[in-house]
Design a protein around this ligand. Structure first.
Ligand SMILES: NC(=O)c1ccc[n+]([C@@H]2O[C@H](COP(=O)([O-])OP(=O)(O)OC[C@H]3O[C@@H](n4cnc5c(N)ncnc54)[C@H](OP(=O)(O)O)[C@@H]3O)[C@@H](O)[C@H]2O)c1
Length: 290
């Protein structure tokens, strides 16, 4: 394949196969169709059961099958593996003969390292690992991506474009995926707790449910948007909200007393270590004879 042929194959709408289109895979398909990076004709998806495949056909107007993973792969320029980590080895084994230099494979499976996929495939093939998070369902995901040495610059650009349809993309080293999982993968859960607590605080002080909820969610959304749009460090923006002797600094003193920042740093550290040990256990299990 010449360079220009390779580029044409990678131009949108690209032919995409999503293997295991459950929550995350379906959210990705929704984002890709919404942004025009893919069209319903260019996407094929698989699930385990015919019921799930039928739901995908109905929802997106795409081709979807129960199983038949290798046939779906043969249709595609880009293959996204969105099955659960515990069945990844089986699925990679099933599609390995469809994996080649001009076909990109992106795994979304948490804790499943690229070298395990390489080991199952047994030959050089371009591989990516992506860690999106759940706000991708509203096209506001945070996606970290790592890749192996077989990936070309064009393939990297295409994968960045695909995931940009569901949020913000950052490239990282694969070993940093544990910290990514702890920060942005699990991060929405931490922020939901913050929103929940802010609502409870508003309720305690007598605000009606509706107002407390709308004000809390918009405060988090707006504060994040201001960090992004100004490019300022959050400490600078926080300082701008403080009036000497005022209301905000009295609340900040309480938050510092209870160690809010230290708690979040420790949470991300603990979750990073947990992700690393889960991945090591998975690799160890894989190395054991059946
Ligand atoms: N949830 C998150 O926040 C998140 C974030 C980042 C990454 N991830 C990763 O994303 C992956 C998917 O997570 P999820 O939450 O989307 O899981 P999910 O909703 O359970 O989706 C898994 C899908 O795989 C299908 N499947 C099972 N066996 C299959 C087979 N042999 N061939 C083809 N398809 C098969 C299932 O089909 P049926 O519907 O028919 O059972 C289902 O549609 C996981 O590896 C996870 O680590 C998740």
């Amino acid at each position: 394949m010449s360079h220009s042929e390779a580029e044409a194959a990678l131009a949108p709408p690209c032919r995409l196969a999503v293997i295991g289109a459950g929550n995350i895979g379906a959210a990705l398909i929704g984002g890709l169709l919404h942004s025009g990076v893919a069209t319903p004709e260019s996407v094929v998806a698989t699930a385990k059961t015919e019921e799930s495949a039928a739901r995908l056909r109905e929802r997106f107007g795409i081709r979807a099958t129960a199983g038949n993973n290798l046939a779906a792969v043969e249709h595609a320029d880009v293959v996204v593996l969105a099955v659960k980590p515990r069945i990844m080895a089986r699925v990679v084994h099933e599609i390995r003969w469809g994996m080649r230099a001009n076909r990109i494979v992106v795994s979304l499976a948490s804790a499943f390292p690229i070298h395990l996929i390489e080991q199952i495939v047994g030959r050089d093939t371009p591989l990516f690992r992506a860690m999106p998070n759940i706000p991708m369902v509203v096209q506001e995901g945070a996606v970290a991506i790592a890749c192996n040495a077989q990936v070309t610059a064009e393939q990297r650009d295409l994968v960045a474009r695909i995931f940009a349809s569901i949020g913000v993309v950052c490239f990282v080293e694969e070993d940093q995926m544990h910290a990514v999982t702890a920060l942005s993968g699990s991060g929405p859960a931490y922020i939901y707790m913050v929103i929940e607590a802010m609502i409870a605080g508003g309720l305690k002080m007598g605000l009606p449910h509706h107002a407390a909820t709308r004000l809390a969610e918009q405060t988090v959304l707006g504060a994040a948007k201001l960090v992004r749009e100004t490019g300022h460090h959050p400490a600078i923006l926080r300082d701008q909200v403080i009036t000497p002797g005022g209301v905000t600094i009295s609340a900040i003193h309480e938050l510092e007393r209870h160690g809010l920042r230290s708690m979040l740093i420790s949470a991300i550290e603990t979750a990073t270590l947990r992700s690393r040990s889960m991945s090591e256990a998975l690799v160890e299990k894989f190395a054991q004879p059946e």
